[in-house]
Design a protein around this ligand. Sequence first.
Ligand code: AMP
Length: 222
Amino acid sequence: MNIVLLAPPAAGKGTQAKILKDEYQLVHISTGDLLREASKQDTPLGKKIQMQMESGGLVDDEIVLEALKLRIDQRDCQNGFILDGVPRNLYQAKEIDSLLEKKHRQIDYVFYFETKLDTLKNRIMGRRVCEKCGYVYNVTDPQVQPKKEGLCDICGSALKERKDDTIEVFEKRYQTYLESTMPLIEYYEANHNLYHIDCNRMIPEITEEIKEIVRKRDDQND
Ligand code: AMP
């Protein structure tokens, strides 16, 4: 089973991806995480990625698609994966479809996370990320607050704000989302199974709705 999570920045796709990967034994592929790792390298490519990410725009398609291809080709992706943050534009969506087709694979579910703009802004301001293991928390949301202030529940390392989690960069990222990513809804509605998910709710309710959709499709296919 291969899943795409389509959502504006800070809609909670990372949180759902972590829950769903355990539920269905899938690999969680976040291009944001892959690029953040690549941006740490002290090379012209690393610096370019860092600059593009901090501007709130998109990183070059070729860079993103190359990183994605390498990840999908790894053995652990055989059982399926969840794409979080990719595709971000029509070109990427078509490239991913043709890449999968060559491997006789496909995107089975596209979940489109609908979220109010105010909710997104609050989440951006409260998001904290573990500098060591990358686990994501939100200090404004009791559901995903760390147990000890400023420290990761899992590895105990310090939590930090992401450099691009400022209101100014968020405005740019949201604009990029409207211009580049929103057209994907029409594409996936026409070519794949796209499901609208209301994400202005509690985390377990959102997960339950997704699981119900998968259950129903499984029943139909039996
Ligand atoms: P995210 O962690 O998904 O919020 O991504 C953080 C930043 O990484 C984005 O604002 C982009 O600059 C970059 N990025 C992540 N995924 C992609 C992608 N599929 N295409 C282009 N840029 C991306």
